[in-house]
Design a protein around this ligand. Structure first.
Ligand SMILES: *Cc1c(COP(=O)(O)O)cnc(C)c1O
Length: 479
C-alpha cells in the first residue's frame, strides 16, 4: 500500500456492517483469481514432489509469515490462496479419492462466506439470533428424517469424532462410569478413543473378519459382560464402506437391555435416497446416531451431527454460565444454547447445510448420492473386468478396494506413495482379509466413465507405467 506522506494508513475494512459487501467484493475477486492460478499450477489432484517440495515451495512463497510491515490485503490473499491451492489435495479432482474427503458444493462454500462475514457464535442468543433459529430448525428437521418420534433432535458437531464422543458421554451419563462400550474392530478409531477420553473401562473390540459385526459374536459378548453396555455399530465403515446388520443388532440390544449407538457418519445420508435407503434400515432404532454432512452431503468441513430420538436425551449437556445464559434471561424467553454443545464459541455450520438442502431439495441430494454410488459400482465393474486387477468386493456405498495383479503388500504400499509423490492420484489403503488393498473412496458426483478409465490406465500394471515414472508433471516438480 502506498499513500502520500502524511496520509494516515486506512484501517482494514470489516467483512460485516454496511460497507462489508463492497469491501469483500474486490477481495473475493482476488481470491477467485488465486484459486484459478493455483489450480493451474498444480494441474492435477495434488502437488507433485512430496512433502519436502511442497514445504519448500510454501516457505519460498510466504517468506516471513509475520512481516514488520504488511503487504496489504490483495497481495496477502493472492500469495496465500495461490500457494494453498497449488499445494492442495483437491477432492474436486476425480482422481483424489483416498478418504471420506468430499468436494464441497459451490453453494455450500458460498453460504459459508456469509457465515464468516457475519460471524454469529452459537453459544448465546444475543450473538446469533437468526443463526440459532436456523440451527434449531435444521437439527429438528434432519433428526426427523431418521427418527419418527415427536421430539427428535440433533446437535451440530465438528464431525463424526465429536458426535461419537458426545454419544458415549450421553450414554455414560445415563448409565454411570462403569459403562462398557462394545464395538467391532471395523469401528472408527474415535469410538475406543472416546471411551478412553471419558474415563470409561477400556472398550471391547470384537473381531470382524468379514468386515461387519457378527450378531452371534455380539450376543455372546453381551451375555458375558456384566453391568451396563453400549453397543456401537457402524453404518458405512471407514475402510470398506460396509454396513453392520443394524436390525439384528438392535434386536439384540433390546433383548439384553443394552443401548445402541450407530456411527452413520458415512452411510447415514443413504436414508435420503429411495434407491439406497433399505441398506440403512434400522438406523431409527439407535439411542443416538452420528451423521457427517462433510462426507455424503458435500459440505465444507465442518458439518457433523449427533441425532437422538428425543431431545430429553440431551439434558445431561445442560450447563450454566451467567454471562451466556443467566436464569432470569432464560426465564424471560431468551433461548439457552449452551447445552447444545461442549464447545462455547461455535460457527453457524447450520447455515451452509440448510442452504444446500433448500437449493437441492431432497431429490437433488438423493440424485448426488445415487450418482456417487453408481460411479463406485462402475469402477468396480471396470476393475473386475480387467485382467490386471483384483476387486475385493462390489461396493456397498462408494468405497472400492482393489489390487493390481500380481503384487505384494509392500509393492502396493509403495505404489500408493509413488502416486502421491508424483501428484497423479490420491488413493487410500485398507487391510481386508489379511491383505492390503488400494482404496478408492468415491465422493465426487461429477466423476465420469472417462475419469475412471484414466485411473485404470494410470494403475494398470503395463510396461508403460514402469518405463515412464518421470512424466512432465514429475519433471516440473523438480525445483
Ligand atoms: C469419518 C468418520 C468418522 C469421523 O468423522 P470426522 O468428521 O472425521 O470427525 C467417524 N466414523 C466414521 C464411520 C467415519 O467414516
Amino acid at each position: 500500500m502506498t499513500s502520500p506522506p502524511g496520509t494516515p494508513t486506512p484501517l482494514p475494512p470489516l467483512a460485516g456492517g454496511p460497507g462489508g459487501a463492497d469491501a469483500l467484493r474486490p477481495l473475493i475477486d482476488t481470491v477467485l483469481g488465486a484459486l484459478r492460478t493455483g489450480a493451474e499450477e498444480r494441474g492435477g489432484p495434488l502437488p507433485a514432489g512430496g512433502p519436502e517440495t511442497v514445504t519448500a515451495r510454501v516457505l519460498a512463497a510466504l517468506g516471513d509469515v509475520l512481516p514488520t510491515h504488511g503487504t496489504g490485503d490483495h497481495e496477502a490473499l493472492r500469495t496465500l490462496v495461490h500457494t494453498l491451492t497449488a499445494g492442495a489435495a483437491d477432492p474436486a479432482d476425480p482422481l483424489c479419492a483416498a478418504h471420506l474427503h468430499c468436494p464441497p458444493l459451490a453453494v455450500a462454500a458460498a453460504a459459508d462466506l456469509a457465515a464468516s462475514a457475519l460471524n454469529p457464535s452459537l453459544d448465546s442468543w444475543d450473538q446469533a439470533p437468526a443463526a440459532s433459529a436456523v440451527e434449531a430448525l435444521l437439527t429438528r428437521t434432519l433428526a426427523a428424517e431418521f427418527y419418527d418420534t415427536p421430539r427428535a433432535d440433533a446437535l451440530v458437531t465438528t464431525g463424526g469424532t465429536e458426535a461419537n464422543q458426545l454419544a458415549l458421554l450421553l450414554a455414560r451419563e445415563r448409565h454411570g462410569p462403569r459403562l462398557t462400550v462394545l464395538h467391532g474392530t471395523n469401528a472408527h478409531h474415535s469410538v475406543p478413543r472416546s471411551a478412553w477420553l471419558l474415563g470409561l473401562p477400556p472398550a471391547i473390540a470384537l473381531p470382524t473378519p468379514t468386515g461387519t459385526l457378527d450378531p452371534d459374536r455380539v450376543a455372546e459378548a453381551l451375555t458375558r459382560t456384566t453391568g451396563p453396555v453400549l453397543v456401537a455399530a457402524t453404518a458405512g465403515t471407514t475402510d470398506a464402506g460396509l454396513i453392520d446388520p443394524l436390525g439384528p443388532l438392535a434386536d439384540l440390544c433390546h433383548q439384553h437391555g443394552a443401548d445402541l449407538h450407530i456411527d452413520a457418519a458415512y452411510g447415514g445420508l443413504l436414508a435420503l435416497s429411495p434407491r439406497h435407503r433399505t441398506k440403512v434400515e434400522g438406523l431409527s432404532r439407535a439411542h443416538s446416531l452420528t451423521l457427517d454432512l462433510h462426507k455424503l452431503g458435500w459440505q465444507p468441513v465442518a458439518a457433523g451431527l449427533l441425532a437422538v430420538p428425543d431431545t430429553a436425551l440431551l439434558a445431561p449437556l445442560a450447563h450454566q454460565a451467567d454471562y451466556l445464559n443467566a436464569t432470569d434471561d432464560t426465564e424471560a424467553g431468551l433461548p439457552d444454547l449452551l447445552g447444545r454443545s461442549l464447545r462455547t464459541t461455535r460457527r453457524p455450520d447450520a447455515l451452509k447445510i440448510a442452504t444446500t438442502l433448500r437449493s437441492l431439495g431432497r431429490d437433488g441430494l438423493a440424485h448426488l448420492i445415487d450418482l456417487t454410488c453408481a460411479a463406485a459400482h462402475r469402477l468396480a465393474e471396470l476393475l473386475d473386468a480387467h485382467p490386471g486387477f483384483e476387486l475385493h468386493a462390489p461396493p456397498t456405498i462408494s468405497t472400492v478396494l482393489f489390487r493390481p495383479t500380481p503384487t505384494d503388500d509392500d509393492q502396493l504400499a509403495a505404489l500408493r506413495r509413488t502416486l502421491l509423490l508424483d501428484g497423479s492420484a490420491v488413493l487410500g489403503r485398507a487391510t481386508a482379509g489379511g491383505r492390503l488393498w488400494l482404496k478408492a473412496t468415491l465422493l465426487n458426483p461429477h466423476t465420469t466413465q472417462r475419469d475412471l478409465q484414466a485411473l485404470l490406465t494410470l494403475l494398470a500394471p503395463t510396461p508403460s507405467r514402469k518405463a515412464a515414472p518421470t512424466d512432465d508433471r514429475a519433471a516440473r516438480s523438480t525445483p
